[in-house]
Design a binder for this molecule. Structure first.
Ligand code: SF4
Length: 442
């Protein structure tokens, strides 16, 4: 049985036209031939999964797209989503030597996408043996990038792997949380399907949220990988927050990506100024909001979003309100929301409200986007696994926790970084488990 899909929505496609359209074959060839194929390639060093960038680009230049894709997927099984969702400006492309010569960096992300898209279009499976060749059984909790990378590596080396996911679809934030103009849900699911065809077992709507459920896993599997991500978005903790019309950034992104939200109207206020807040603000614009404000308690120079994301939001028409914070939400006439705010002043590290600075924004929607909370309640189930500040403590090199049968990686360990970091974590943990496991059967 294939992994679940969602129906194609042409309206969504046109509203969320791609930020970076694919390269045409001739353009890809020309771009690949610009690469200098550096010996100690800094682009490869800058990639957390150490994709052989000159190696895959050289194969594109010689017309070997299949070989190029296999080179990428060998290092990073989610090379397709990373090609679209990675902040390449600060990773591989940011490290490209072309910058030293005042030339545009090689478009590594688009070339990577070119090769991977061709591979998916071919319908080919990865050339890995699908039979179980090791006495090693692993359960991965969560079907996000860390677990997917862990499972793919284990399967490709003959282990038996099951992924248990509490939601209806796999892919984690790739499926539910990355802006559609960067990575489409269908593209995330297509990538998961490739992993399923390697022989990874997927179980959906399978929440591991009790000691009994963990006991059952421990008796069935040799190792357990925790790729559970972070918790829900943090609440604003202000009166009126549960009013209709308040929807946090991740809920908003997931709702439109899965076909549950098609349009928004009027004025939308996003509270926060991180990358997810910007994705939500841009989404509100593309879904039809006339005016979108981003409200941030600090100043422009303190914004946590990447500078290119900030610039993109400005181009989408998002307006920024600096040094202002929400204090309450009230219901106004005609079902509108009244968002009461105050100006904030900063003294050293301390923020305090400025007296008599209250003002009210009348809006249709308020979107809290002030970061995800740690998964404290869930991770407490993982007995003997140390949790510090709501994040699982795991060895950086192996992903092994204080409990020798438990490994962990991705956002639940690093607190929320890029997809490519989660992939690197998952793969490292898989290799560590394989090292600990017995040798292959004869
Ligand atoms: Fe090619 Fe730039 Fe990487 Fe050198 S640093 S191998 S030019 S992509």
């Amino acid at each position: 049985m294939s992994t679940a899909t969602i129906p194609d929505d042409p309206q969504l496609r046109s509203r969320f036209s791609e930020l970076k359209p694919p390269l045409a074959p001739q353009a890809a060839l020309l771009e690949a031939n610009r690469c200098l194929y550096c010996f100690d390639a800094p682009c490869t060093a800058a990639c957390p999964t150490h994709i052989d960038v000159p190696g895959f680009i050289k194969r594109i230049a010689s017309g070997n797209l299949r070989g190029s894709a296999l080179r990428i997927l060998d290092a990073n099984i989610l090379g397709g989503s990373c090609a679209r969702a990675c902040p390449v400006e600060v990773l591989c492309e940011g490290a490209c030597v072309m910058h030293r010569y005042n030339r545009a960096p090689i478009q590594i992300g688009l070339l990577q996408r070119h090769a991977i898209d061709a591979f998916h279009a071919s319908g080919e499976d990865l050339p890995v043996a699908t039979q179980i060749a090791r006495n090693l059984r692993v359960a991965c909790i969560g079907a996000g990038p860390a677990s997917l990378a862990c499972a793919a590596e284990l399967r490709s080396q003959g282990a038996s792997v099951s992924i248990l996911e509490r939601r209806a679809l796999p892919g984690g934030l790739n499926t539910y949380g990355v802006a559609e103009y960067k990575l489409r849900t269908a593209e995330s699911l297509r990538e998961v399907e490739l992993i399923r065809r390697m022989g990874v077992d997927f179980q959906f709507n399978a929440a591991i949220d009790s000691a009994a459920a963990l006991n059952a896993l421990e008796s069935e599997f040799d190792f357990i990988f925790l790729g559970v991500g972070l918790g829900a978005m943090q609440r604003l903790d202000i009166p009126g927050e549960d009013a209709e019309g308040v929807m946090n950034a991740l809920e908003l992104i997931a709702a439109y990506k899965t076909g549950h939200l098609h349009q928004v109207h009027g004025t939308v206020v996003v509270v926060g100024a991180g990358n997810t807040a910007i994705d939500a603000a841009n989404a509100a614009r593309r879904l039809g909001a006339d005016t979108v404000y981003m409200l941030y308690r600090r100043g422009e120079s303190d914004i946590s979003a990447f500078s290119f994301e900030y610039e993109h939001a400005r181009q989408e028409g998002v307006q920024f309100l600096w040094r202002r914070t929400p204090v309450s939400i009230r219901i106004g006439p005609h079902g509108l929301l009244l968002l009461d705010t105050v100006q904030v002043q900063q003294t050293g590290d301390t923020l305090s409200p400025i007296p008599d600075s209250q003002s009210t924004i009348t809006c249709n929607m308020v979107v809290p986007a002030i970061g995800q909370s740690p998964l404290t309640q869930l991770v407490q189930q993982f007995r003997h696994v140390e949790v510090r500040n709501g994040h699982i403590v795991a060895d950086r090199a192996t992903g092994q926790t204080g409990h020798p049968r438990y490994f962990a990686g991705g956002d639940c360990v690093n607190g929320g970084r890029e997809v490519v970091d989660a992939v690197a974590d998952g793969k490292r943990a898989a290799l560590a488990m394989l090292n600990l496991a017995e040798v292959p059967r004869a």
